[in-house]
Design a protein. Structure first.
Ligand code: SF4
Length: 413
């Protein structure tokens, strides 16, 4: 059989592109979710405020579900409705509001970038994707494209996880979707497809389709507004028995966009053959001993000691129970002794290992770390003085603990 043209991976027919844009935008107008940042971007007359609102939402939405973000976004915009207000906030306030959202460096960088706009750019947001990416720390290619298209109407595409999935399915791209060849092709495609008169809506529509219809595991192809343009859907409908030579895969075996020859189309997966990713590295395993030090406060209610983490690195500037990273495979007794030594050096008075009461283990998965907290408690009589040269520390009630800038992992502890 003749090899099909590589055009199957492209959007090269202008009439098809036009039809796809129309179908997708009509669906978006009918079905889009009401989200607070969308309402603000659509109604706010001030371009800098629009840009700021979209920027905050996009940073919060990185790695986080929409349902979780809404409450954080609303509180954030209430507290810091403008760039100028955010520029005056302290990192402590930012961390407190961000607590529980994860990936804490996002909030920190957002605030640093707001200061930069106010101090170095006269309070004016850059207006193009190129300038946004160049001038604002923490703003990558995707976020820059989203802000520029949604807030300023620049006809520039965006590629995020949802768009990758939709485009790979629309054009049967089965090579590793994180490889440079595929990433470049996806950006080219997004820039070809984006609607020139409604770029922000088009980009949001493509992402919305990925989030609500073309979902990872069980896509709702029957309801999909662009199924007539979808190569993966066609392929599923008109699939062939496996022994027939696979003309659908460009037929030459060296196409940089087709699934690898060793892992061809699997008909049991249907459209979810796409996209494909290289196998992920397993997360690094870490063990950390942590101690809940408890005392009776002046009104008899229990109080707990929390200390502040360093201002850079994982969970920068957040508060936690005194903690100590442990070597793997230590005996329990040894773990307890190491924690007692750590507390002793820090408190300046003897701590007996056997006084530490083992409570249990808490597992928390960070993006690249499989963290096990080995939790101990130590009730204290009376007050104690901490070495102020070490980490900042404070006693908090349970309510104060929950209102502090503490991570979800510490709340689990
Ligand atoms: Fe995704 Fe199915 Fe629509 Fe294709 S038809 S874009 S696979 S939901």
């Amino acid at each position: 059989a003749p090899a099909p043209p590589p055009a199957r991976h492209l959007f090269s027919d202008p009439a098809e592109v036009e039809a796809l844009r129309g179908n997708l935008l009509a669906w978006y107008d009918r079905c889009k979710r009401d989200l607070p940042w969308r309402a603000l971007a659509a109604t706010e007359p001030d371009a800098d405020r629009r840009g700021y609102a979209v920027w905050v939402s996009e940073i919060m939405l990185q790695q986080t579900q929409v349902a979780t973000v809404i409450d954080y976004y609303n509180r954030w915009m209430q507290k810091w409705p403008t760039l100028q207000a955010l520029a005056q906030a302290s990192l402590e306030e930012v961390n407190e509001l961000w607590a529980g959202l994860g990936y804490y460096s996002r909030g920190k960088r957002l605030q640093e970038a707001a200061r930069k706009v106010v101090c170095e750019l006269a309070g004016r947001m850059p207006r193009t994707a190129e300038d946004l990416q160049k001038l604002l720390p923490g703003v990558g290619r995707y976020t820059a494209g989203a802000i520029a298209s949604i807030s300023y109407g620049q006809a520039t595409g965006v590629v995020d996880g949802n768009v990758i999935r939709v485009l790979c399915r629309l054009r049967c791209i089965g090579a590793d979707s994180s490889s440079p060849a595929v990433v470049d092709r996806l950006w080219d495609m997004a820039n070809v497809l984006v609607d020139r008169s409604r770029p922000g809506d088009f980009n949001q529509a493509l992402m919305e389709l990925g989030a609500t219809v073309c979902v990872p595991k069980a896509p709702l192809c029957g309801e999909c507004p662009v199924k007539q343009h979808c190569q993966a859907w066609r392929r599923k409908l008109f699939g062939k028995p496996p022994k027939v030579p696979d003309v659908e895969d460009c037929g030459v075996g060296d196409c940089p966009l087709c699934p690898p020859a060793m892992e061809p189309w699997d008909s049991s997966l249907g459209v979810t053959n796409f996209p494909r990713k290289a196998a992920k590295k397993p997360p690094r395993a870490m063990r950390t001993a942590t101690c809940v030090l408890e005392r009776r406060g002046c009104h008899g209610a229990p109080e707990y000691l929390i200390v502040q983490r360093p201002s850079s690195g994982l969970l920068a500037g957040l508060w936690e129970f005194p903690s100590l990273p442990l070597a793997q495979d230590l005996q329990e007794e040894r773990e307890r002794e190491e924690l007692a030594d750590h507390l002793q050096a820090w408190m300046g008075w003897p701590v007996a290992a056997k006084g530490l009461q083992f409570i249990g283990e808490v597992i928390h998965i960070f993006s690249h770390i499989h963290q096990t907290y080995v939790v101990y408690s130590l009730p204290l009589d009376g007050d104690m003085t901490l070495n102020p040269a070490l980490s900042p520390s404070r006693w908090v009630t349970k309510d104060e603990f929950h209102a502090s800038a503490v991570s979800t992992a510490m709340k689990k502890v």
